[in-house]
Ligand binder design. Sequence first.
Ligand SMILES: Nc1ncnc2c1ncn2[C@@H]1O[C@H](COP(=O)(O)OP(=O)(O)OP(=O)(O)O)[C@@H](O)[C@H]1O
Length: 227
Amino acid sequence: MTAGLTLSGVAARLHGRRLFAPLSLTVAPGQVATVMGPSGTGKSTLLALICGALDPAFEAEGRVLLDGRDLAGLPTEARQIGILFQEPLLFPHLSVAGNLAFGLPPALRGRQARAARVREALAAADLDGFEKRDPTTLSGGQRARIAVLRTLLSEPRALLLDEPFAGLDAAARGRFRDIVFDAVRRRALPTLLVTHDGSDAEAAGGPLVHLEPVAAEGPNGSWKSPM
Ligand SMILES: Nc1ncnc2c1ncn2[C@@H]1O[C@H](COP(=O)(O)OP(=O)(O)OP(=O)(O)O)[C@@H](O)[C@H]1O
């Protein structure tokens, strides 16, 4: 069995045409692989395919394995893959604790046990006492940290990062990146990062993949770029 996240000949087709050339890659536990490429090449589509949330307009190709298990046919919620977006997507009508509790595994029973897990997570992230805060009153960096805590509380076995550092200024970006990569290493999560920023790729330190658009067949049999 290969530990980590393995992509084998993975591609996404739209109206029968591949967005990018089939991708094969293994991301080891605790490693961060980076996916870069021009806008529209299918980076977000690739992440959606991996976590089982591909838009029905697309057709998936290839195999995705997590710790040797083929994820084909498994619904998103059964894949145990955490995902973070550029926008932290916190629920504005819930407190910080309510947002974090949303990430807890349903199997963790009991109000007190759930509240304790949320409290511990906040304390470990230097956010003690934030339970009752309204997420709309937090800074961008604080909201980003709550979003990553919520994802980690769900005890994922792999992590997908869709430009989660992009909305932050340089100092906050570096600090937040350290927090996320540190969690990835401590929890030995195979992680795939989509970014347009070379410094993110450098900090990630793992394999670097450039998605290239696939050339499309022109009307008279010639080949042209779809871009
Ligand atoms: N639901 C959809 N139906 C049809 N086409 C779509 C759909 N979603 C995305 N696309 C198209 O698929 C292509 C890939 O989109 P995707 O968002 O994966 O690219 P990306 O590489 O993540 O782009 P960016 O770097 O700008 O975020 C784009 O050309 C986009 O317009």
